[in-house]
Design a protein around this ligand. Structure first.
Ligand code: ATP
Ligand code: MG
Length: 413
């Protein structure tokens, strides 16, 4: 099966909104083995919508549209689909009940625009949207499936995950595609690729390796394409096992797992807790950790010790340490980590102090310098790293380096 994605919206064409919907839909369809033949964006214009549908239906059996389903006059997709499929709108009582319930929960009363959202083209199958007021629509005509979804990203995702993908799976389209994700941290892409040259060269032709880097973390994705699920799965498992032996040191998890999730998992299974004392990352590590559901089980809290007064006053860092070695030093970061652990009683602590930039660097401690310490009852380790000159990138890199140090310390614990 071939598919085409069309996003509708003037705001995308003027650069106000980045089209993230297409990427999400393409990824979901691809994992079912559906080939994407095109992605396009068009304005909220009836003529353009009809042209786009005509053209896409020549190339593909599945067309997914997003956008223009809202309650306002600039949202014309539904009306245009009625014209295209020669059908008319009728009020759907289940959609109306859903809208009433959603608005009722928010204590908003129903107006005519809301009522109009319960009108759907007679010839479509309604895809119930439990997270928003605009329903999705599924049309089948002349061997082509056309699906229209709201533009709001989380509503689109909800409908793709709960309505579109399950329906497509039932139709058993495409060939088998199996993916395995292996998460790595600590080696730049070029070095990783060098270590994996032989591995890649000896992969069977139906297994492919992809490098998917994102600021410090590199996801390796092995994809097997075949008809038989069982033999593809066996082959893939043996390739993953081979990969594990070559780069064991840098693999921190398998599957779509972030470093903060992995740290949380390790702490949680061992009934351990942690705290953070952050200077230059300003609470970013705390934010990353608390974005993981359930983090209250392992995370007790943080001190954002930005000024030296907080480092000494709250964390108990000796003023002499800062006077002699400076705040960005092994001595200071160790004292911060130990202080944080003492005042919170957590099993582990992370402390970070560095120069995120763009100003504040010196010849001895240039922008991008960071000292990180991790501490537990057996001792405190400090390490320094040198990253780049971009403040935001540095904050992210410092945070990842800290989480990875802690991960290793928990494993040794
Ligand atoms: P609504 O019910 O909110 O009006 P809608 O189906 O009419 O939904 P739009 O009005 O087109 O959708 O867009 C709603 C919101 O979703 C806007 O904030 C828009 O910027 C965002 N959005 C629309 N299309 C995309 C897209 N392709 N990628 C990312 N965001 C999008
Ligand atoms: Mg809208």
């Amino acid at each position: 099966m071939k598919a085409e994605i069309i996003t509708i919206g003037d705001e995308i064409l003027i650069g106000q909104t980045v089209d993230t919907n297409s990427a999400y839909i393409a990824g979901s369809l691809n994992s079912l083995g559906i080939e994407i033949t095109g992605i396009s964006t068009i304005p909220d214009d009836a003529g353009r919508i009809i042209n786009a549908l005509n053209e896409a239906s020549i190339r593909s059996e599945l067309i997914i549209l997003t956008g223009g389903l809202g309650p306002t006059s600039d949202d014309i997709t539904k009306k245009t689909l009625c014209e295209y499929f020669s059908t008319s709108l009728i009020r759907d009582s289940e959609v109306l009940a859903n809208i009433s319930e959603l608005l009722g929960r928010r204590k908003v009363s129903l107006n005519n625009n809301n009522l109009a959202q319960a009108d759907v083209p007679q010839s479509c199958t309604v895809l119930m949207n439990r997270v928003g007021t605009a329903p999705g629509m599924w049309f089948m005509k002349d061997g082509t499936i056309t699906v229209s979804l709201p533009g709001v990203p989380y509503e689109m995702k909800y409908l793709i995950d709960h309505q579109v993908i399950p329906r497509l799976k039932n139709m058993s389209i495409g060939s088998t595609i199996l993916h395995r994700n292996i998460m790595t941290y600590g080696l730049p892409e070029a070095h990783l690729a060098e270590m994996l040259t032989d591995f890649e060269a000896t992969l069977p032709s139906f297994v492919k390796l992809a490098y998917l880097p994102s600021s410090g973390v590199i996801k390796l994705r092995l994809t097997a394409r075949g008809i038989d699920v069982n033999s593809s799965a066996v082959q893939l498992e043996s390739e993953v096992a081979r990969l594990r032996t070559i780069i064991a040191d840098v693999i921190y998890a398998e599957g779509e797992v972030t470093l903060e999730q992995e740290v949380g998992r390790l702490l949680s299974v061992n009934n351990l807790t942690m705290t953070t004392a952050e200077s230059c990352t300003g609470g970013n590590i705390a934010r990353m950790i608390t974005s993981v559901p359930g983090s209250s089980r392992w995370y007790v809290g943080s001190v954002v010790a930005y000024s030296n007064d907080i480092k000494t006053g709250l964390l108990g860092v000796d003023k002499e340490i800062i006077r002699l070695y400076g705040a960005v030093s092994s001595e200071c970061v160790k004292a911060m980590a130990e202080g944080a652990r003492l005042i919170t009683g957590a099993s582990f602590s992370i402390a970070v102090t560095g120069i995120a930039g763009p100003d504040g660097g010196t010849a001895e401690k240039p922008v991008g310098t960071v000292w990180i310490a991790t501490s537990d009852k057996n001792g405190t380790l400090a390490e320094s790293f040198l990253f780049g000159s971009d403040r935001q990138v540095n904050i992210r890199r410092f945070s990842l380096a800290a989480l990875n140090m802690l991960r290793k310390q928990i494993i040794r614990h």
